[in-house]
Design a binder for this molecule. Structure first.
Ligand code: 4NP
Length: 153
């Protein structure tokens, strides 16, 4: 089993979007029994809350369900529990490294560094542009699947 954790600040906009898109891709590829996907926040602000309405609406537009998803905070145990711990932006990655006390581990990295964009995922909580974020999330998830494929060879 390969375990992937997406992490952002609130776990209501970007990381649940990545979780839902990745799970959808994994299901479509018939890999659900091999790849497990989850998401978490660096903050405690939205624990127990469903994804942001804008994230729900954008995913629904593409036929992707968010049912049952609830915000949770990153915990120290997540370091051992996951194989890929993916920060949506550079400050998420810094916070993850501190919270998990892993200054330099390669399983912790910035999502879009897997793509030619090599930038932060814009936060639609502030930009309001859920479409821009969705497009980048899809690109990042496809790149992550390619990385997983290459890593297990
Ligand atoms: P996210 O976006 O990290 O992509 O979930 C945010 C959600 C909530 C807040 C900030 C960013 N907030 O300030 O509550």
């Amino acid at each position: 089993m390969i375990r992937v954790l997406f992490v952002c600040l609130g776990n209501i906009c970007r990381s649940p979007m990545a979780e839902a898109v990745m799970r959808d891709l994994v299901e479509k590829l018939g890999l659900s029994s091999s790849i497990k996907v989850d998401s978490a926040a660096t903050s405690s602000w939205h624990i127990g809350e469903p994804p942001h309405k804008g994230t729900q609406k954008k995913l629904k537009e593409f036929g992707i369900s968010t049912s049952g998803m609830k915000g949770r905070q990153l915990s120290f145990n997540d370091f051992e529990a996951f194989d890929y711990i993916v920060g949506m932006d550079g400050s998420n990655v810094q916070d993850i490294r501190e919270m998990l006390r892993q200054p330099n581990h390669p399983k912790i990295f910035r999502f879009l560094d897997l793509t030619p964009h090599r930038k932060d995922v814009p936060d639609p909580y502030y930009t309001g542009d859920f479409q821009e974020t969705y497009g980048l999330v899809v690109e990042g998830c496809e790149a992550l699947l390619n990385k997983i494929h290459a890593d297990i060879k």
